[in-house]
Design a protein around this ligand. Structure first.
Ligand code: ATP
Length: 222
């Protein structure tokens, strides 16, 4: 999901994930109105990864990821072999095995982001929603998170929806776009959006412009 600052990306993601009520209209997941989902149903259908700082606690990385199993267990001390398997799989997929026993407050932003993705994976939902998952990351860690998400889509068939300002990277990696602009909402593949000149609507044209051949935004020389 792309759109300039303040256009409404987080609001739309919060609406899709039932954190807030729709300002207008309705949300349906698999033909069912979101308002008809119980909390239990929703937490086994959709997981949400936000960039907000977590409340301070003594939780280890393993325990934080294990919390993803809460919709199925309620208590960490009742983890069965099946739960354990899913938690370890999530840890392995996100390549955080070496961090398993660390306290989560010891982690770098890039490591924490992978841990939160692991928790969402452990939650085992069809849909994962991430609001600006690379907000505080350098270009290397941004790419690491993007390629991890791409790998997960390929390996698990999950639907992963992210909002991002990393337009150039998204054009290379995302299968489909939702692009919010003041005029309208565009959806489709990058090629479909390029054909509609949708990327040009993201930003004012004085400083950067969209280069259709490169399929990237470039800085204007003068
Ligand atoms: N459909 C809407 N109608 C009216 N107000 C809206 C709508 N969507 C969002 N807003 C308001 O616009 C403001 C910015 O929204 P939001 O934080 O969702 O934008 P954003 O695209 O996520 O911004 P950023 O990229 O800076 O994080 C908020 O005050 C929000 O309440």
């Amino acid at each position: 999901m792309l759109g300039k600052n303040g256009i409404g990306k987080s609001t739309l993601l919060r609406t899709i994930s039932k954190v807030q009520k729709p300002l207008k209209g309705a949300v349906k997941i698999n033909q069912k109105e979101l308002s008809a989902f119980t909390n239990q149903e929703l937490s086994t259908t959709l997981s949400l990864v936000l960039t907000e700082r977590l409340p301070l606690s003594q939780l280890t990385v393993f325990e934080l990821v294990a919390l993803g199993r809460q919709p199925y267990t309620n208590w960490i001390d009742k983890l069965t072999q099946d739960h354990l398997k899913k938690i370890l799989w999530a840890i392995e997929q996100t390549e955080i095995t070496h961090l398993k026993n660390k306290r989560f407050y010891e982690l770098s932003d890039g490591q924490l982001q992978r841990v939160l993705i692991a928790r969402a994976l452990a939650q085992d939902t069809e849909i994962i929603i991430l609001d600006e998952p690379t907000a505080h990351l350098d270009i290397h860690h941004t790419f690491k998170v993007f390629s991890l998400l791409k790998k997960l889509v390929k390996n698990t068939g999950k639907t992963i929806i992210i909002s991002t300002h990393e337009v150039n990277l998204a054009i290379q990696l995302a299968d489909e776009f939702i692009l919010l602009s003041e005029k309208q909402l565009y959806t489709g593949t990058s090629q479909e959006l390029i054909a509609q000149n949708a990327f040009e609507e993201l930003f004012p044209k004085e400083l950067i412009s969209f280069n259709k051949t490169l399929e990237q935004f470039v800085i204007k020389k003068n």
